[in-house]
Design a protein around this ligand. Structure first.
Ligand code: CP
Ligand code: NVA
Length: 307
């Protein structure tokens, strides 16, 4: 049985297989065909943090696949009153066929998976957001940006930056990460990515200059400067990220036909300008929609791996 906790656990071939499956399911849906690949199955969705896209895409996704999704907010579960993760895992996984969790500590989701009898999917932790990256790469494929692309990530070295590191180092493309000094991605994740890069041929570059990262890039991406749980650091972060907004001027350094991606929610006037965001809204909202399709691919793939 496989879980989907981080892209670290997947080969390039597996990532591309899941995306191929996702693209087929998307194509079927666009033709009005909904095949109940997961008929009668249930997906528990545990949320310790807010969500718009992850909740809606998983709930609609499992429904379209013929199953049912259960939205479980931490505060409504005994988990919120101190019931251990491992007990919650042993109960829910006896009743449900798959579990998606959005939480803070990656260790909590690893613990849940250890005790779960069914596949567990990471719907975002402080460390990784792997389902988002599947949608992002699916969007890159649709825009023809999957042939030796150069991806520039500008901003916070957070769960999104860590996840880009895993994706690039597994698939073997060039990733340039520009962060303010002191906001670099997790050093353990960087070390792992550098190891994977040796094998895949990925080129990974770190710098503190957004212009250096964006120059001639095929894809430019960013994320909020204040992730969920960091609200108290807001003022300091806004000061420290000065000069890291992706705006028209910075984006003009990328290739002429470059695309802009944002996992959303976007904070205009901070990590991205209103003008640039609206100019690239087509690819941004294609990316958001692809959360639905990519995750359907992940769920069907995980279910197949069980049988
Ligand atoms: N990008 C993303 O995961 O969005 P939500 O927080 O709305 O789920
Ligand atoms: N880095 C952001 C991503 C939101 C989808 C956060 O963790 O809040």
């Amino acid at each position: 049985m496989r879980h989907f906790l981080t892209l670290r656990d997947f080969t390039k071939e597996e990532i591309l297989d899941i995306l191929k499956l996702a693209a087929n399911i998307k194509k079927e849906l666009k033709k009005g065909i909904t095949i109940p690949y997961l008929e009668g199955k249930s997906l528990a969705m545990i949320f310790e943090k807010s969500s718009t896209r992850t909740r809606v895409s998983f709930e609609v996704g499992i429904y379209q696949l013929g199953g049912i999704g259960l939205f479980l907010s931490k505060n409504d579960l005994q988990l919120g009153r101190g019931e251990p993760m491992k007990d919650t895992a042993r109960v829910i996984s006896r009743m449900c066929d798959m579990v998606m969790i959005r939480t803070y500590d990656q260790a909590d989701i690893e613990e849940f998976a250890k005790f779960s009898h069914v596949p567990v999917i990471n719907g975002l932790t402080d460390r990784f957001h792997p389902v988002q990256l599947m949608a992002d790469y699916m969007t890159m494929m649709e825009y023809g940006k999957d042939k030796d692309p150069v991806v520039a990530y500008v901003g916070d070295g957070n769960n999104m930056a860590n996840s880009w590191l895993m994706l690039a180092s597994k698939l073997g493309f060039e990733l340039r990460i520009a962060t303010p000094s002191g906001y670099e991605p997790d050093s353990e994740v960087v070390a792992q990515a550098m190891e994977f890069a040796k094998e895949s041929g990925a080129e990974i570059v770190f710098c503190n200059d957004p212009a250096e990262a964006v120059k001639n890039a095929d894809v430019v991406t960013t994320d909020t400067w204040i992730s969920m749980g960091q609200e108290e650091e807001k003022e300091k972060r806004i000061a420290d990220f000065k000069g890291f907004m992706v705006d028209e001027e910075l984006f003009s350094l990328a290739k002429k036909d470059a695309i802009f991606l944002h996992c959303l929610p976007a904070y205009r006037g901070y990590e991205v300008s209103e003008e640039l965001f609206e100019k690239h809204s087509k690819e941004i909202f294609d990316e958001a929609e692809n959360r639905l399709h990519a995750q359907k691919g992940i769920m069907v793939w995980l279910d197949r791996e069980r049988s």
